[in-house]
Design a binder for this molecule. Structure first.
Ligand code: A2P
Length: 324
C-alpha cells in the first residue's frame, strides 16, 4: 500500500475508509482555545482524521475548528473523518443515541464518521462520568454489550454515524459481538494502546483475521502523567533503537514509532496541541523502515501497558486480565 500525505486512507470492513493518521484530542489541561487552534493547524498540515470523545469535554472546540475550516473553503465535510466515543455511563441501550446526539450537537455536525464504545466496562448512569458512592467506591453497572451494540446499529441505520467500532475490548469481548445472533454490522475497529513497547501481536492477528482495524492510542507512549499512567515502564521515546533509527533516517523517535505502526496497517492517533509536534507527527510518509528494522522494533515489545486502568481491575468486564 502506497500511503502518502494526500492519500492515506485504508479500507474498513463496511465499505468506508479511515485516514491512517489522526490527531488525538484528549488533554488533561484545558487551555482556552488551544484545542481549536491545534485542530486548525492540523487541518492546514494535512490531517483529516480527528479522534475525540464526549468524555474529553472539548468536542465543541474540535467542532469549532472543523466548522471554521469548512467555512474558509479549506476542506469539505466529507474530507474530514471524526471518531467519537460512547462512554461507560451511557452503555444502556436507550442512552446510546442521546449520547451520540450530544456529540453531534457539540460538533455542530449531522453525522460522524465513526462511533466506538470507549470501554467495555459500564458505570452507573446519572452521576457524572466517574460515579462513586459516598465511601468513594466505584459504582459499576451491568449491561449486555450485545444490546448496546444493537442500539449502535440503529444509530447507523438512522444516518447519525457511518461506521461502528469498539475500544479497549479484549478478543473475547470482541468475539461476543462478532458471534451475536443477527449481527447487522461488524465492528470496523478496536482502538487500543499500541506502540513498540506494547505491540499487541496477538490482538492484531485476531483482529486482522476478522477484518477489524487496530487504532493505536498512545502511539508515542502517553503523556506519562502519574495520576493515570504506569510510569514503571521507561519512556518510550528514549529507547536506544528508536534513537539510532531516527539518526539513520533523519527523523525523530516519535516519527519512527508512528511509521512502525502505519507500516503494520495500524492507524495512529498521536495527541499534540503543539504546532511543531503536530507537523512533526504528520511527516511519516516520506520514508520507510526495512523488514529487518520492523522486526527489531517488534522485538522491543515488553508486554507492559502504560494505560492499565487498574482502578477498575475488579470490574466484571475489566478487559486486561486476559492476555489479549
Ligand atoms: P504535546 O501536546 O505537548 O505535544 P497521547 O499518548 O495521548 O497521544 O499523548 C501524546 C503525548 O506526547 C502528549 O503529551 C504530547 O504532548 C506528546 N507528544 C506529541 N507528539 C510528540 C512528539 N513528536 N515528540 C514528543 N512528544 C510528543
Amino acid at each position: 500500500m502506497n500511503l502518502t500525505a494526500n492519500n492515506h486512507r485504508i479500507p474498513l470492513n463496511d465499505g468506508n475508509s479511515i485516514p491512517i493518521i489522526g490527531l488525538g484530542t484528549f488533554s488533561e489541561k484545558s487551555v482556552e482555545d488551544l484545542c481549536t487552534q491545534s485542530v486548525k493547524i492540523a487541518i492546514d498540515v494535512g490531517y483529516r482524521h480527528f479522534d475525540g470523545a464526549l468524555l474529553y469535554c472539548n468536542e465543541h472546540e474540535v467542532g469549532k475548528a472543523i466548522q471554521e475550516k469548512i467555512a474558509e473553503g479549506k476542506v469539505k465535510r466529507e474530507d474530514i473523518f471524526y471518531c467519537g466515543k460512547l462512554w461507560g455511563t451511557f452503555l444502556d441501550p436507550e442512552m446510546v443515541q442521546p449520547s451520540l446526539e450530544k456529540t453531534l450537537k457539540n460538533l455542530q455536525l449531522d453525522y460522524i464518521d465513526l462511533y466506538i464504545i470507549e470501554i467495555p466496562m459500564a458505570f452507573k448512569p446519572g452521576n457524572g462520568f466517574y460515579p462513586k458512592d459516598e465511601n468513594g467506591k466505584w459504582l459499576f453497572h451491568e449491561v449486555n454489550l450485545c444490546q448496546t451494540w444493537e442500539a449502535l446499529e440503529a444509530c447507523k441505520d438512522a444516518g447519525l454515524v457511518k461506521s461502528l467500532g469498539v475500544s479497549n475490548f479484549n478478543h473475547k469481548q470482541l468475539e461476543r459481538i462478532l458471534n451475536k445472533p443477527g449481527l447487522k454490522y461488524k465492528p470496523v475497529c478496536n482502538q487500543v494502546e499500541c506502540h513498540p513497547y506494547f505491540t499487541q501481536k496477538k490482538l492484531l492477528k485476531f483482529c486482522q483475521s476478522h477484518d477489524i482495524v487496530i487504532v493505536a492510542y498512545s502511539p508515542l507512549g502517553t503523556s506519562r502523567d502519574p495520576t493515570w499512567v504506569n510510569i514503571d515502564c521507561p519512556p518510550l521515546l528514549e529507547e536506544s533503537l528508536l534513537i539510532s533509527l531516527s539518526q539513520k533516517y533523519i527523523k525523530t523517535p516519535a516519527q519512527i514509532c508512528l511509521r512502525f505502526n502505519i507500516q503494520r496497517g495500524i492507524v495512529v492517533i498521536p495527541k499534540s496541541f503543539n504546532a511543531e509536534r503536530i507537523k512533526e507527527n504528520f511527516q511519516i510518509f516520506d520514508f520507510s523502515l526495512t523488514d529487518e528494522e520492523m522486526k527489531n522494533l517488534e522485538d522491543l515489545n515488553k508486554n507492559i501497558r502504560f494505560v492499565q486502568l487498574l482502578m477498575w481491575a475488579d470490574h466484571p468486564e475489566y478487559p486486561f486480565h486476559d492476555e489479549y
